[in-house]
Design a binder for this molecule. Structure first.
Ligand SMILES: *Cc1c(COP(=O)(O)O)cnc(C)c1O
Length: 394
Protein backbone atom coordinates (compact mmCIF):
# COMPACT_ATOMS: atom_id res chain seq x y z
CA UNK A 1 0.00 0.00 0.00
CA UNK A 2 2.71 2.56 0.94
CA UNK A 3 4.64 1.45 -2.12
CA UNK A 4 1.60 2.05 -4.31
CA UNK A 5 0.71 5.41 -2.91
CA UNK A 6 4.28 6.68 -3.34
CA UNK A 7 4.31 5.28 -6.86
CA UNK A 8 1.13 7.19 -7.66
CA UNK A 9 2.48 10.39 -6.12
CA UNK A 10 5.69 10.12 -8.14
CA UNK A 11 3.80 9.82 -11.38
CA UNK A 12 1.57 12.73 -10.38
CA UNK A 13 4.67 14.85 -9.73
CA UNK A 14 6.09 13.76 -13.06
CA UNK A 15 2.96 14.85 -14.88
CA UNK A 16 3.16 18.25 -13.15
CA UNK A 17 6.75 18.56 -14.37
CA UNK A 18 5.97 17.40 -17.90
CA UNK A 19 3.18 19.93 -18.25
CA UNK A 20 5.60 22.69 -17.18
CA UNK A 21 3.61 23.53 -14.05
CA UNK A 22 6.14 22.46 -11.45
CA UNK A 23 6.76 25.35 -9.04
CA UNK A 24 10.33 25.88 -7.94
CA UNK A 25 10.86 28.08 -4.90
CA UNK A 26 13.42 30.82 -5.12
CA UNK A 27 15.36 31.30 -1.91
CA UNK A 28 16.00 34.88 -0.85
CA UNK A 29 19.29 35.50 0.88
CA UNK A 30 18.16 38.89 2.13
CA UNK A 31 15.16 40.49 3.76
CA UNK A 32 12.05 41.01 1.66
CA UNK A 33 12.70 44.34 -0.01
CA UNK A 34 13.27 46.06 -3.35
CA UNK A 35 16.92 45.00 -3.69
CA UNK A 36 16.90 41.32 -2.89
CA UNK A 37 19.84 38.96 -2.85
CA UNK A 38 19.33 35.68 -4.59
CA UNK A 39 21.92 33.04 -5.39
CA UNK A 40 22.99 34.74 -8.62
CA UNK A 41 23.36 38.16 -6.99
CA UNK A 42 21.28 41.26 -6.38
CA UNK A 43 18.10 41.86 -8.35
CA UNK A 44 15.29 44.40 -8.21
CA UNK A 45 12.13 42.84 -6.91
CA UNK A 46 8.93 43.48 -8.87
CA UNK A 47 6.87 40.55 -7.67
CA UNK A 48 6.26 40.96 -3.94
CA UNK A 49 2.93 41.94 -2.39
CA UNK A 50 4.88 44.39 -0.24
CA UNK A 51 2.95 47.31 -1.74
CA UNK A 52 3.99 49.88 0.83
CA UNK A 53 7.47 48.59 1.60
CA UNK A 54 6.48 47.81 5.19
CA UNK A 55 7.90 44.27 5.25
CA UNK A 56 11.18 45.62 6.60
CA UNK A 57 10.37 49.29 7.22
CA UNK A 58 12.48 50.64 10.13
CA UNK A 59 9.45 51.70 12.19
CA UNK A 60 7.85 48.30 11.68
CA UNK A 61 10.99 46.44 12.77
CA UNK A 62 11.33 48.68 15.78
CA UNK A 63 7.73 48.04 16.76
CA UNK A 64 8.17 44.28 16.38
CA UNK A 65 11.21 44.29 18.66
CA UNK A 66 9.40 46.32 21.30
CA UNK A 67 6.35 44.06 21.07
CA UNK A 68 8.49 41.02 21.68
CA UNK A 69 9.71 42.45 24.99
CA UNK A 70 6.29 43.69 25.98
CA UNK A 71 4.01 40.81 25.01
CA UNK A 72 6.27 37.80 24.61
CA UNK A 73 6.59 35.61 21.56
CA UNK A 74 3.60 33.30 21.28
CA UNK A 75 0.16 32.84 22.76
CA UNK A 76 0.15 29.02 22.87
CA UNK A 77 -3.62 29.14 22.93
CA UNK A 78 -6.72 29.75 20.88
CA UNK A 79 -8.43 33.07 21.48
CA UNK A 80 -11.21 31.90 23.80
CA UNK A 81 -9.04 29.99 26.25
CA UNK A 82 -6.07 32.24 27.00
CA UNK A 83 -5.03 33.58 23.61
CA UNK A 84 -6.27 37.17 23.78
CA UNK A 85 -4.16 40.11 24.97
CA UNK A 86 -5.12 43.76 24.87
CA UNK A 87 -3.11 44.12 21.67
CA UNK A 88 -5.42 41.69 19.83
CA UNK A 89 -8.45 43.73 20.87
CA UNK A 90 -6.66 46.96 19.93
CA UNK A 91 -5.85 45.65 16.47
CA UNK A 92 -9.45 44.55 15.96
CA UNK A 93 -10.64 47.99 16.92
CA UNK A 94 -8.08 49.75 14.74
CA UNK A 95 -9.06 47.69 11.69
CA UNK A 96 -12.76 48.32 12.35
CA UNK A 97 -12.15 52.07 12.55
CA UNK A 98 -9.90 52.06 9.49
CA UNK A 99 -12.57 50.36 7.38
CA UNK A 100 -15.62 51.92 8.98
CA UNK A 101 -16.99 48.57 10.14
CA UNK A 102 -18.53 47.72 13.53
CA UNK A 103 -16.19 44.93 14.55
CA UNK A 104 -13.30 42.80 13.31
CA UNK A 105 -12.29 39.20 14.03
CA UNK A 106 -8.63 38.18 13.64
CA UNK A 107 -7.53 34.93 12.03
CA UNK A 108 -4.15 33.32 11.35
CA UNK A 109 -4.61 34.12 7.67
CA UNK A 110 -7.17 35.46 5.27
CA UNK A 111 -7.40 31.93 3.91
CA UNK A 112 -8.70 30.91 7.33
CA UNK A 113 -10.98 33.93 7.56
CA UNK A 114 -12.68 32.86 4.34
CA UNK A 115 -12.59 29.20 5.34
CA UNK A 116 -14.53 30.00 8.51
CA UNK A 117 -17.00 32.53 7.15
CA UNK A 118 -19.65 30.97 4.95
CA UNK A 119 -20.20 27.82 6.94
CA UNK A 120 -20.80 29.87 10.07
CA UNK A 121 -23.36 32.19 8.54
CA UNK A 122 -25.22 30.11 6.00
CA UNK A 123 -27.26 26.93 5.87
CA UNK A 124 -28.92 24.94 3.11
CA UNK A 125 -31.70 27.54 3.19
CA UNK A 126 -29.29 30.16 1.80
CA UNK A 127 -27.37 30.92 -1.39
CA UNK A 128 -23.89 32.23 -2.25
CA UNK A 129 -23.31 33.94 -5.57
CA UNK A 130 -19.61 34.04 -6.36
CA UNK A 131 -17.43 35.59 -9.09
CA UNK A 132 -15.95 32.83 -11.24
CA UNK A 133 -12.39 34.16 -10.72
CA UNK A 134 -12.55 34.47 -6.93
CA UNK A 135 -9.53 33.54 -4.85
CA UNK A 136 -9.10 29.88 -3.87
CA UNK A 137 -9.86 30.68 -0.22
CA UNK A 138 -13.32 32.02 -1.09
CA UNK A 139 -13.98 29.00 -3.28
CA UNK A 140 -12.91 26.62 -0.51
CA UNK A 141 -14.86 28.55 2.13
CA UNK A 142 -17.99 28.24 0.01
CA UNK A 143 -17.34 24.54 -0.54
CA UNK A 144 -17.41 24.00 3.21
CA UNK A 145 -20.87 25.47 3.65
CA UNK A 146 -24.22 23.91 2.85
CA UNK A 147 -25.69 26.89 1.01
CA UNK A 148 -26.69 26.62 -2.65
CA UNK A 149 -23.85 27.80 -4.90
CA UNK A 150 -24.15 30.05 -7.91
CA UNK A 151 -21.25 31.38 -9.95
CA UNK A 152 -21.29 34.37 -12.26
CA UNK A 153 -18.87 35.10 -15.08
CA UNK A 154 -16.07 37.39 -14.02
CA UNK A 155 -17.38 40.89 -13.26
CA UNK A 156 -20.38 40.22 -15.53
CA UNK A 157 -23.29 42.11 -13.98
CA UNK A 158 -25.89 40.68 -16.35
CA UNK A 159 -24.87 37.21 -15.35
CA UNK A 160 -24.83 38.19 -11.67
CA UNK A 161 -28.39 39.42 -12.10
CA UNK A 162 -29.45 36.16 -13.73
CA UNK A 163 -27.95 34.21 -10.84
CA UNK A 164 -29.58 36.47 -8.24
CA UNK A 165 -32.94 35.83 -9.88
CA UNK A 166 -32.29 32.10 -9.76
CA UNK A 167 -31.37 32.42 -6.08
CA UNK A 168 -34.55 34.31 -5.21
CA UNK A 169 -36.22 31.43 -3.40
CA UNK A 170 -33.48 31.15 -0.78
CA UNK A 171 -33.62 32.75 2.67
CA UNK A 172 -30.44 34.87 2.43
CA UNK A 173 -28.24 35.66 -0.56
CA UNK A 174 -24.54 36.55 -0.22
CA UNK A 175 -22.61 37.94 -3.18
CA UNK A 176 -18.90 37.13 -2.70
CA UNK A 177 -16.10 38.76 -4.66
CA UNK A 178 -12.44 39.68 -4.57
CA UNK A 179 -12.08 43.46 -4.38
CA UNK A 180 -9.10 43.32 -6.74
CA UNK A 181 -8.28 40.28 -8.86
CA UNK A 182 -4.64 39.36 -8.68
CA UNK A 183 -4.00 38.22 -12.26
CA UNK A 184 -5.28 41.38 -13.97
CA UNK A 185 -5.21 43.92 -11.15
CA UNK A 186 -8.79 44.75 -12.12
CA UNK A 187 -11.26 46.04 -9.55
CA UNK A 188 -14.65 44.41 -8.99
CA UNK A 189 -17.47 46.77 -10.04
CA UNK A 190 -18.50 47.13 -6.41
CA UNK A 191 -20.88 50.03 -6.96
CA UNK A 192 -22.91 47.96 -9.41
CA UNK A 193 -22.62 44.89 -7.21
CA UNK A 194 -24.00 46.84 -4.24
CA UNK A 195 -26.87 48.09 -6.38
CA UNK A 196 -27.66 44.54 -7.47
CA UNK A 197 -27.54 43.48 -3.83
CA UNK A 198 -30.04 46.19 -2.90
CA UNK A 199 -32.31 45.25 -5.77
CA UNK A 200 -32.28 41.52 -5.04
CA UNK A 201 -32.07 41.70 -1.26
CA UNK A 202 -28.58 40.26 -0.90
CA UNK A 203 -25.57 41.13 1.21
CA UNK A 204 -22.06 41.68 -0.18
CA UNK A 205 -18.80 40.09 0.96
CA UNK A 206 -15.54 41.56 -0.40
CA UNK A 207 -12.09 40.01 0.03
CA UNK A 208 -9.84 43.04 -0.24
CA UNK A 209 -6.47 41.34 0.24
CA UNK A 210 -4.93 43.06 -2.79
CA UNK A 211 -6.23 46.48 -1.73
CA UNK A 212 -6.42 46.95 2.05
CA UNK A 213 -3.96 49.56 3.26
CA UNK A 214 -2.90 50.99 -0.09
CA UNK A 215 -5.66 51.21 -2.69
CA UNK A 216 -8.29 53.95 -2.84
CA UNK A 217 -7.69 57.60 -1.93
CA UNK A 218 -6.54 56.89 1.64
CA UNK A 219 -5.74 53.17 1.40
CA UNK A 220 -9.06 51.81 2.65
CA UNK A 221 -9.16 49.47 -0.33
CA UNK A 222 -11.42 48.78 -3.27
CA UNK A 223 -14.40 49.64 -1.06
CA UNK A 224 -13.03 53.18 -0.89
CA UNK A 225 -11.94 53.25 -4.54
CA UNK A 226 -15.48 52.28 -5.59
CA UNK A 227 -17.10 54.54 -3.01
CA UNK A 228 -19.09 51.77 -1.33
CA UNK A 229 -17.85 51.98 2.26
CA UNK A 230 -20.84 51.28 4.47
CA UNK A 231 -22.63 49.37 1.70
CA UNK A 232 -20.50 46.21 1.89
CA UNK A 233 -21.59 44.08 4.84
CA UNK A 234 -18.52 41.83 5.13
CA UNK A 235 -14.89 42.69 4.39
CA UNK A 236 -12.17 40.05 4.63
CA UNK A 237 -8.52 40.79 4.09
CA UNK A 238 -4.95 39.85 4.90
CA UNK A 239 -2.11 41.30 6.96
CA UNK A 240 0.28 39.29 4.82
CA UNK A 241 0.49 41.73 1.93
CA UNK A 242 0.58 45.53 2.35
CA UNK A 243 0.14 45.62 6.14
CA UNK A 244 3.63 44.46 7.01
CA UNK A 245 3.49 41.20 5.11
CA UNK A 246 4.00 38.82 8.07
CA UNK A 247 0.75 36.89 8.26
CA UNK A 248 -2.76 37.04 9.62
CA UNK A 249 -6.13 38.02 8.28
CA UNK A 250 -9.51 39.23 9.41
CA UNK A 251 -13.21 39.47 8.82
CA UNK A 252 -14.85 42.84 9.50
CA UNK A 253 -18.62 43.13 9.73
CA UNK A 254 -21.57 44.07 11.94
CA UNK A 255 -21.44 42.95 15.58
CA UNK A 256 -24.01 40.21 15.00
CA UNK A 257 -21.79 38.61 12.35
CA UNK A 258 -18.51 38.91 14.22
CA UNK A 259 -20.08 37.69 17.46
CA UNK A 260 -21.32 34.56 15.75
CA UNK A 261 -17.92 34.06 14.11
CA UNK A 262 -16.29 34.14 17.55
CA UNK A 263 -18.73 31.45 18.72
CA UNK A 264 -18.77 29.17 15.69
CA UNK A 265 -16.08 29.88 13.11
CA UNK A 266 -13.88 26.81 13.11
CA UNK A 267 -10.48 28.32 12.16
CA UNK A 268 -11.05 30.93 14.91
CA UNK A 269 -12.07 28.40 17.55
CA UNK A 270 -9.63 25.64 16.73
CA UNK A 271 -6.49 27.39 15.56
CA UNK A 272 -3.88 29.36 17.45
CA UNK A 273 -4.11 33.03 18.22
CA UNK A 274 -2.15 35.47 16.08
CA UNK A 275 1.30 36.05 17.56
CA UNK A 276 1.27 39.25 19.65
CA UNK A 277 4.37 40.44 17.77
CA UNK A 278 2.34 40.36 14.57
CA UNK A 279 -0.74 41.87 16.20
CA UNK A 280 1.23 44.78 17.66
CA UNK A 281 3.21 45.36 14.50
CA UNK A 282 0.17 45.22 12.23
CA UNK A 283 -1.39 47.77 14.55
CA UNK A 284 1.68 49.91 13.92
CA UNK A 285 1.27 49.44 10.16
CA UNK A 286 -2.36 50.57 10.27
CA UNK A 287 -1.30 53.52 12.40
CA UNK A 288 1.52 54.43 9.99
CA UNK A 289 -0.83 54.38 6.99
CA UNK A 290 -3.44 56.45 8.81
CA UNK A 291 -0.89 58.98 10.08
CA UNK A 292 1.21 59.38 6.97
CA UNK A 293 -0.63 59.30 3.65
CA UNK A 294 2.72 59.72 1.84
CA UNK A 295 3.19 55.96 1.43
CA UNK A 296 -0.15 55.52 -0.30
CA UNK A 297 0.53 58.60 -2.43
CA UNK A 298 3.99 57.42 -3.41
CA UNK A 299 2.63 54.03 -4.43
CA UNK A 300 -0.01 55.78 -6.53
CA UNK A 301 2.53 58.02 -8.28
CA UNK A 302 4.96 55.10 -8.81
CA UNK A 303 2.12 53.10 -10.33
CA UNK A 304 1.04 55.90 -12.66
CA UNK A 305 4.68 56.53 -13.65
CA UNK A 306 5.39 52.91 -14.48
CA UNK A 307 2.10 52.43 -16.33
CA UNK A 308 2.84 55.51 -18.45
CA UNK A 309 6.47 54.57 -19.21
CA UNK A 310 5.82 50.95 -20.07
CA UNK A 311 2.94 51.93 -22.35
CA UNK A 312 5.08 54.55 -24.11
CA UNK A 313 7.72 51.86 -24.55
CA UNK A 314 5.19 50.02 -26.69
CA UNK A 315 3.93 47.31 -24.36
CA UNK A 316 0.32 46.25 -24.08
CA UNK A 317 -0.84 46.39 -20.47
CA UNK A 318 -4.16 45.87 -18.77
CA UNK A 319 -5.45 49.37 -18.11
CA UNK A 320 -6.32 50.52 -14.62
CA UNK A 321 -4.95 52.19 -11.51
CA UNK A 322 -3.72 49.21 -9.54
CA UNK A 323 -0.04 48.49 -8.80
CA UNK A 324 -0.55 45.00 -10.25
CA UNK A 325 0.40 45.63 -13.87
CA UNK A 326 0.08 42.71 -16.29
CA UNK A 327 2.20 43.09 -19.41
CA UNK A 328 0.30 41.10 -22.00
CA UNK A 329 2.34 38.82 -24.26
CA UNK A 330 -0.26 36.38 -25.47
CA UNK A 331 1.88 33.42 -26.46
CA UNK A 332 2.46 30.87 -23.66
CA UNK A 333 6.16 30.27 -24.32
CA UNK A 334 7.02 33.99 -24.29
CA UNK A 335 6.07 34.53 -20.65
CA UNK A 336 8.66 32.13 -19.28
CA UNK A 337 11.35 33.26 -21.72
CA UNK A 338 10.79 36.88 -20.91
CA UNK A 339 10.87 36.36 -17.15
CA UNK A 340 14.18 34.47 -17.48
CA UNK A 341 15.74 37.18 -19.63
CA UNK A 342 14.51 39.91 -17.28
CA UNK A 343 16.23 38.14 -14.43
CA UNK A 344 19.45 38.22 -16.47
CA UNK A 345 18.95 41.97 -16.58
CA UNK A 346 18.58 42.05 -12.80
CA UNK A 347 14.80 42.46 -12.71
CA UNK A 348 12.72 39.85 -10.91
CA UNK A 349 9.26 39.48 -12.44
CA UNK A 350 7.09 36.42 -12.92
CA UNK A 351 5.46 35.02 -16.03
CA UNK A 352 1.97 33.56 -15.91
CA UNK A 353 0.50 31.36 -18.58
CA UNK A 354 -2.27 28.82 -19.05
CA UNK A 355 -3.86 27.37 -16.89
CA UNK A 356 -3.24 30.13 -14.34
CA UNK A 357 -4.61 32.63 -16.88
CA UNK A 358 -6.75 31.90 -19.97
CA UNK A 359 -5.06 30.34 -23.01
CA UNK A 360 -3.44 32.91 -25.27
CA UNK A 361 -3.29 35.51 -22.50
CA UNK A 362 0.18 34.78 -21.15
CA UNK A 363 1.72 37.71 -19.40
CA UNK A 364 4.39 39.09 -17.12
CA UNK A 365 2.96 40.44 -13.91
CA UNK A 366 4.70 43.46 -12.47
CA UNK A 367 3.92 44.64 -8.94
CA UNK A 368 4.87 48.16 -7.96
CA UNK A 369 5.73 49.21 -4.41
CA UNK A 370 6.03 52.51 -2.61
CA UNK A 371 9.55 51.33 -1.78
CA UNK A 372 10.61 51.55 -5.45
CA UNK A 373 12.49 54.69 -6.42
CA UNK A 374 12.05 56.32 -9.84
CA UNK A 375 15.44 54.96 -10.92
CA UNK A 376 14.26 51.42 -10.08
CA UNK A 377 11.18 51.89 -12.24
CA UNK A 378 13.35 53.30 -15.05
CA UNK A 379 15.73 50.36 -14.84
CA UNK A 380 12.82 47.96 -15.16
CA UNK A 381 11.37 49.78 -18.18
CA UNK A 382 14.80 49.85 -19.86
CA UNK A 383 15.21 46.12 -19.25
CA UNK A 384 11.73 45.43 -20.64
CA UNK A 385 12.61 47.41 -23.77
CA UNK A 386 15.84 45.50 -24.27
CA UNK A 387 14.31 42.08 -23.68
CA UNK A 388 11.16 42.99 -25.61
CA UNK A 389 13.36 43.90 -28.57
CA UNK A 390 15.36 40.67 -28.34
CA UNK A 391 12.19 38.59 -28.25
CA UNK A 392 10.65 40.54 -31.13
CA UNK A 393 7.70 41.75 -29.06
CA UNK A 394 8.21 45.46 -29.67
C1 LIG B 1 -3.45 36.60 -0.75
C2 LIG B 1 -4.92 36.41 -0.71
C3 LIG B 1 -5.51 35.62 0.29
C4 LIG B 1 -4.70 34.83 1.27
O1 LIG B 1 -4.26 35.62 2.31
P1 LIG B 1 -3.42 34.91 3.49
O2 LIG B 1 -3.56 35.85 4.63
O3 LIG B 1 -2.01 34.81 2.98
O4 LIG B 1 -4.03 33.60 3.74
C5 LIG B 1 -6.89 35.53 0.34
N1 LIG B 1 -7.66 36.18 -0.56
C6 LIG B 1 -7.13 36.92 -1.56
C7 LIG B 1 -8.02 37.61 -2.52
C8 LIG B 1 -5.75 37.05 -1.66
O5 LIG B 1 -5.21 37.78 -2.65
Amino acid sequence: MTKNIFETIRSELESIRVSGLYKEERVLLSQQQVRIQIERGEVLNFCANDYLGLANHPEILESAKEALDLYGYGMASVRFICGTQDVHKQLEQAVSEFLGMEDTVLYSSCFDANGGLFETLLTEKDAVISDRLNHASIIDGIRLCKAARFRYNHADMNHLETQLKRAKKYRFRVIATDGVFSMDGDVAPLDEICEMADRYDAIVMVDDSHATGFFGATGRGSIEYCNVMGRVQIVASTFGKALGGASGGFTAAANEVTSLLRQRSRPYLFSNSLSPVIAATTLKAVDLITRSPELVKKLRSNTAYFREKITSAGFDIRLGDHPIIPIMLGEERLAGQMAAKMLDEGIYVVGFSYPVVPRGEARIRVQISAAHETQDLDRAVTAFQKVGGELGIL
